[in-house]
Write a protein that binds this ligand. Structure first.
Ligand code: NAD
Length: 499
């Protein structure tokens, strides 16, 4: 297996047009912990050069008509379509998610390219009625500058695409600092992007660059005043640091940080549907999604039967090699992730939690059984995100109290209610309901589509990316007032007659 993964990685990289000749940052596959390659990390001088080149590329690209910019993204989407399977396999080897999810991740890249191509003809502003005669007001959206994209290990390629496809049609250059845990997929995506650049013909050099490195590399890029917008995806701890540095120089940010997502299962729920929806949300990607379901509030009247069904379904879930299509969950990313999981379960037990599952499997790589924890108190590890397959379960009787508990944590990313009662569903989505950026009905907390704006509130960072009008964050807004009369009336009736 060990030789096989390294050899397959090499072949996949070559097929994707990527030459990785080794380097100082070793890469290990979570599938079995084996070394599958290495990449070269950037020096301080490399970072400085890359930002200068990105700035030069921006000055050219901003003047290219937006629909023509969309043509580049269309070509990139086509290049991804042609190599979807190979890239998806590499995603699975690099980050350990099941192949079906790797394929889904590449599909998400293709989808956002399609979205961005259409958007390239719709970057329009408003025309606004002026209070002054012979005047007209309007808004224009202009490119903003080099965009830094920092990504996390668990969506090693899709998150970059969500940002890059929009940033590029909006007229910006991009620099990508991928996770140090999944650098090979970034190198491969860059190679695919270069194919689109070649087919396009006259795009400026260095329009999109990858800078490999660890958090200090990311920090150096964040501090660079030439970077206009920072879109950073990762832990809340990371976002707190990035946000402060960016704020000190008034840089724009899109912060997509940790979640502590909850679902409410009403006594009026379609329980079979609820069970299916929450199993994927809680244990898909081994609980390593920002939108993974971590807390479950089950109505008293159905608690025993529902939790019993949940235990038996969870117990039958197959965990193992993510390249084997029979397995629904693969490994955790590394030993540190398992240490975090074990610590959270120990802490839960100490405050009265009753744990089912959570054992480590005797295999190379870090494979665990999903854990269900019936909690007596909404406290301790429940209040924070542990990036592992743990689902904390609570009884509730009063819906308003369940919603209040759901909202009582720091993060505000995703939430769901399962109910067939329209009053309950509407309350959950109302101003008095979920305080999250995503509030779903009869569907789990994870697995968002690209058409909606994606992001969360509070300690999730407040950013929005992907669909809807998220593109506006990648541009600067100019308000224009045009006087087509021969008078100069002042707004609000102010007079200033100098004779
Ligand atoms: P992480 O915070 O350890 O790292 C994420 C990225 O930030 C990496 O590229 C890392 O090198 C970089 N980084 C870390 N510290 C930095 C600093 N001070 N300055 C600049 N860059 C820095 O996160 P991870 O373990 O890779 O990913 C898991 C986390 O990401 C979870 O908390 C998860 O919820 C979150 N996540 C959020 C979203 C979202 O859209 N909200 C999506 C995916 C993952």
């Amino acid at each position: 297996m060990i030789m096989a993964l390294a050899a397959e990685t090499k072949t996949l990289l070559e097929t994707l047009g990527c030459i990785v000749d080794g380097g100082d940052l070793a890469v290990h596959s979570p599938i079995d912990g084996s070394r599958i390659g290495a990449v070269v990390t950037a020096t301080v001088d490399d970072i400085d050069d890359a930002v200068a080149q990105s700035q030069a590329a921006f000055l050219n690209w901003r003047s290219v008509p937006a629909p023509r910019r969309g043509e580049l993204v269309r070509l990139f989407g086509n290049a991804l379509r042609a190599q979807k399977y190979d890239l998806a396999r590499l995603v699975t080897i690099d980050c350990g998610k099941p192949l079906s999810e790797g394929l889904g991740e590449v599909q998400e890249m293709i989808d956002i390219c399609d979205f961005a191509v259409g958007l390239s003809r719709q970057l329009h502003g408003l025309t606004i009625a002026s209070e002054r005669p012979g005047h007209r007001m309007m808004e224009q959206w202009h490119p903003i500058g080099p965009v830094l994209i920092i990504s996390a290990f668990n969506f090693p390629v899709a998150v970059w695409a969500w940002n890059a496809a929009l940033a590029l049609v909006c007229g910006n250059s991009v620099i990508w600092k991928p996770s140090e845990k999944t650098p090979l997929t970034a190198a491969a995506v860059q190679a695919i992007f270069e194919k689109a650049i070649a087919a396009f013909g006259d795009a400026p050099a260095h329009l999109s660059q990858v800078i490999q490195g660890e958090r200090d590399t990311g920090a150096a890029l964040v501090a660079d005043p030439r970077i206009a917008l920072i879109s950073a995806t990762g832990s809340t701890e990371m976002g707190r640091k990035v946000g402060q540095v960016a704020a000190a120089r008034f840089a724009k940010t899109i912060l997509e940080l940790g979640g502590n997502n909850a679902a409410i299962i009403s006594d009026k729920a379609d329980v079979a549907l609820a069970l299916r929806g929450l199993l994927f949300s809680a244990f898909g990607t081994s609980g390593q999604r920002c939108t993974s379901l971590r807390r479950l509030f089950v109505h008293d009247a159905i608690y025993d039967s529902f939790v019993g069904a949940l235990k038996s379904a969870t117990g039958s879930m197959s965990v193992g090699d993510p390249l084997d299509g029979n397995n629904l969950a693969g490994p955790l990313i590394d030993e540190q992730a398992f240490a975090g999981m074990r610590a959270a379960l120990d802490e839960a037990r100490k405050i009265g939690g009753n744990v089912t599952g959570g054992e480590r499997l005797a295999m190379d790589g870090v494979y665990v059984r999903p854990a269900l924890v019936e909690m007596a108190a909404h406290d301790g590890p429940v209040l924070r995100e542990t990036f592992a397959p743990i689902l904390y379960i609570f009884r509730y009787h009063d819906l308003a109290k369940a919603i209040a508990l759901q909202n009582s944590v720091g993060a505000g990313l995703s939430s769901s209610i399962f109910s067939t009662d329209i009053r309950e569903c509407e309350l959950f989505m109302s101003a008095e309901g979920s305080d999250c950026g995503i509030a779903n009905v009869n569907i789990g907390t994870s697995g968002a589509e690209i058409g909606g704006a994606f992001g969360g509130e509070k300690e999730t960072g407040g950013g929005r990316e992907s669909g809807s009008d998220a593109w506006k964050a990648y541009m600067r807004r100019a308000t224009n007032t045009i006087n087509y009369s021969d008078n100069l009336p002042l707004a609000q009736g102010v007079t200033f007659d100098i004779g």
